[in-house]
Design a protein around this ligand. Sequence first.
Ligand code: BTN
Length: 263
Amino acid sequence: MAGVPERLAQLLRSRGIHWAGPIEHLEVASSTNDELKLRCRAGAPEWSVLLADRQTHGRGRQGRPWASPSGNLYLSLLLRPTVSGAAWGVLPLAAGLAVLEAVSGEGVRAELKWPNDVLARGRKLAGILVEATSGLDGLESAVVGVGVNVAVVPAEIASGATSLAAETGCPGDAVGLAAAVLTRLSVCYHALARDGPTAILPRWREGAAGWFGRPVEVQAAGRVLRGLMRGIDERGALLVEEPSGHMLHIFSGEAREVRLSEP
Ligand code: BTN
C-alpha cells in the first residue's frame, strides 16, 4: 500500500500539481513546525512539507498549546519567499484564506476570524501558525503550520471547537484534506507573489464579512482594545473603531466578539 507521501503526491497530481518539494510524513512529531524549522536550518528546499498523524507538543498562536490527537491534520510547509515586504505581511492572511477555501471545497460553510482562524458555526475548525525567520538580507523563510480538526474535536477545546466530520457528517480524510490545503496554499502564495496583497485581501474580506460591524475585543501587546470591527487595511492590519471614533490599526493580537453589555 502506498505511504502517506506517495498518496499525497498522487492526490496533488490528480489536481494538476506536481509538488515541487519533498513530502515527509511522521507518525508522531513534537510539532511539525518545530521539526520543519530544523530541516529549514539544515537547508531544506522551498515547498518542503511535513505532516504528522499526531503531535506531542503542538503549538498555537500567542504561545498557546494546540491539542493534537490522532485523526486530525497537522501539516507544515516551508516557503523561502521572494515576495516584497508588503506582500509578506499578508502571508498569514493568505494562509487562512487558503485553508478556508480548502474546507469550503469539502462542503463546510466556514468563515475567517482575523488574522487566520477558520470557524464553522462560530466554532474553531482550523488554526494557522506562520513562523518567519530573517537574516541580514531580510526575510529568509517562513514555516506555515496548519492544524485542522478533521475527525476529532480535542476534549481540551470541545466547547469552542468543531471538526470537519461534525460539520459534514462524513468521516473525513486528513490526507485528502492535506492535498486540498496544499493546492490552495500554492495558488494563494503564487497570486500573492505575482500581484501583491490585492490578490488576497478582497477574498479575505469576503470570507470574514460576517464580522464586519460587530463589537470585538482584541488582546494586543498586553492591552485590551475594544470597538467595532471595521475590516482590514491594505497591510492586513485589523481595523477597530473605538467608541471615540478613533480607528485602530492592529497588526497582531487575538480578536473575539463581545456583547456590548459585557464589562
Ligand atoms: C492557532 O490557531 O493558535 C494556530 C494553531 C496551529 C496548529 C498547527 S498544527 C501543525 C503546526 N504545528 C504546530 O505545532 N502548530 C501548527
